[in-house]
Design a protein around this ligand. Structure first.
Ligand code: AFP
Length: 336
């Protein structure tokens, strides 16, 4: 092993000194717990059919989405890592109807973790990228058992956020409030190694990501923006655009962190009642923190995602427009 390589554990220790997180290493322990869960998922996702993890589980989550086998396995790996290491006091998961506190006898920690254990799971059976997204907040100081209201705090109160992308390589990307850093899994030693220090999103872009099949359902502002993108140099945006859609938010945001772009999952007439498709707690907020920490912007089109006051439903949905700062500001302009 390259002894100069900076492992995730070593990075977190250095980071804690800078950020003044609990000097007793609890925060670092929590990140390590999440990383262990991600390594477990990466090993299974990497085996795919050979591990018998493809296909549906035959159950549905709180939102009525059919659960894939790997959704449940990933969820169990996250719960196991967070329940048994004494750094977490409670958790919210896309795959759990309600927030989860720890069984009697388990040591409670100082942090609340909200996560989507397998984002983009509809890609699982077609061998396209999937990932995990997580958001970390402080647990109630008074040591009481967390309740849903403890998770219902705006994204600006997150103390860390990140994702793990299971792609050609598995990458763990993390912010603790001092920039964004990317780590690649070295499977030969089972360590995430710092490979993408200080990731920054280019301010400008000509690449947008949206599910264009929903065009007829979009609000006028999004209809006009996308039409102007498609008009290219002849349109009011005066430049040619490219489009990408990988159907996994983790893959979209990773691409944007690497080369810029804008990702949109707007409210449309089908999901207006529900408030959008993506979930605020474990998709919108953590990705918004990463994008802002990398110099980008994250908006609903009308307000900063991280300032949205949650309503107490752990599965609250939100419109998402995030990525290169100038482009997001342009799209906000279409909304006003
Ligand atoms: P799944 O986890 O159900 O595959 O949904 C993934 C997701 O929440 C997000 O990661 C994608 O960007 C988006 O949904 C894809 O939505 P469409 O399937 O409507 O394109």
């Amino acid at each position: 092993m390259d002894t100069q390589a900076i492992t995730l554990s070593r990075f977190i220790i250095d980071e804690q000194r800078k950020l003044g997180h609990s000097a007793d290493g609890e925060f670092g322990g929590l990140i390590n717990d999440i990383a262990i869960a991600c390594k477990g998922v990466a090993a299974l996702v990497g085996k795919g059919a050979l591990a018998g993890v493809l296909g549906v589980a035959g159950s549905e989550n709180a939102m009525g989405d059919a659960q894939k086998k790997m959704d449940l396995i990933a969820n169990d790996l996250f719960i196991d890592a967070l329940e048994n290491n004494g750094h977490c006091a409670g958790m919210a998961s896309e795959e759990l109807d309600e927030i989860l506190t720890l069984p009697d006898g388990k040591i409670r920690g100082s942090y609340l973790v909200s996560f989507d254990p397998l984002d983009g799971s509809s890609n699982m059976d077609i061998n396209i990228d999937v990932g995990a997204i997580f958001s970390i907040m402080k647990a109630p100081e008074n040591g009481t058992e967390p309740v849903a209201a403890d998770f219902a705090r705006p994204g600006v109160e997150q103390i860390a956020a990140g994702y793990c992308l299971y792609g050609p390589s598995s990458m763990f990307v993390l912010t603790t409030g001092a920039g964004v850093n990317g780590f690649t899994l070295d499977t030969s030693i089972g360590e995430f190694i710092l490979t993408h220090p200080d990731m920054k999103i280019p301010k400008d872009t000509n690449e947008f990501a949206i599910n264009a099949s929903n065009q007829r359902h979009w609000e006028p502002a999004i209809q006009r923006y996308i039409a102007d993108c498609q008009a290219g140099e002849t349109g009011s945006l005066n430049k040619n655009y490219n489009m990408r859609w990988v159907a996994a938010m983790v893959g979209e945001i990773h691409r944007i962190l690497c080369r810029g772009g804008v990702f949109l999952y707007p409210i449309d007439e089908r999901n207006r009642e529900a408030g959008g498709k993506l979930r605020l707690l474990y998709e919108g907020n953590p990705m918004a923190m990463l994008v802002e920490q990398a110099g980008g912007a994250a908006s609903t089109g009308y307000e900063r995602i991280m300032e949205v006051m949650p309503n107490g439903d752990p599965h609250q949905r939100i419109a998402v427009i995030m990525g290169s700062k100038t482009e997001v500001e342009t799209i906000i302009g279409y909304h006003s």
